[in-house]
Design a protein around this ligand. Structure first.
Ligand code: E4P
Length: 218
């Protein structure tokens, strides 16, 4: 399973890259706003900065909600860097735009997916990635990981090539559960990835090894 970082924060992206576990990045308008990046020129420059750190797929989301606008904006974004993946909402216009970009060999990430039916349409349109939002489904007492399982099963059964990108990951347990469900990618906040390292037996085992070493070596 690949790890994408779900942030537009350059320091966190550098840190995850330095750990050697970073395969890509996903952004959205809220994450860009969180970093205080205003205006199209600054936003486009920021996407290029992210691509230059990661060297893997970087999802950049369109703001347009109509088909023509999505195509125009998506083409501008795709021209920024070879690693840009056009992120399009799972709406009628978004699905049409996924189909358009698939026909041009440009990667897409169909986002804001909350149902099996939406995932089916994204795959039929030729999306590179589909992004089911695990945490937001859990927030309304639905089963986010259950949706990942269902989509993985459907894609395998019908032989769809679209990759399942588990999004809206909130904590380490979500990562483990999406891994077990067969997600191709999990896009995560950095603390959730670092949480995978934590185990009390690792801490106590290391402390004991060092204690024994120092008993003999001073
Ligand atoms: C990433 O592609 C999504 O936009 C993101 O994971 C949404 O996460 P949130 O539900 O925590 O805002």
């Amino acid at each position: 399973m690949k790890f994408f970082l779900d942030t537009a924060n350059l320091d966190q992206i550098r840190e995850a890259y330095a750990m050697g576990v970073l395969d890509g990045v996903t952004t959205n308008p809220s994450l860009m706003a969180k970093e205080g990046i205003k205006g199209k020129d600054n936003q486009y420059k920021h996407y290029i900065d992210i691509c230059n750190i990661v060297g893997g797929d970087v999802s950049a989301e369109v703001i347009a909600t109509d088909y023509e606008g999505m195509v125009r904006e998506g083409e501008e974004l795709a021209a920024l860097n070879e690693h840009i993946v056009i992120k399009l909402p799972c709406t009628e216009a978004g699905i049409k735009a996924v189909k358009y970009f698939a026909g041009k060999g440009i990667k897409t990430n169909c986002t804001l997916v909350f149902s099996l039916g939406q995932a089916l349409l994204a795959a039929k349109a030729g999306a590179t990635y589909v992004s089911p939002f695990v945490g937001r489904l859990d927030d309304i007492s639905e089963d986010g990981v259950g949706l990942i399982e269902d989509i993985v099963e459907m894609y395998n059964y019908y032989g769809f090539g679209t990759m399942v990108l588990a999004a809206s990951i909130r904590h380490t347990r979500h990562i483990i559960d999406c891994l077990k469900a067969g997600a191709d990618v999990a896009t995560c906040p950095l603390p959730a990835i670092k949480g995978l390292l934590k185990h009390p037996l690792t801490d106590s085992g290391l402390a004991k090894f060092l204690e024994d070493y120092h008993k003999v070596n001073g």
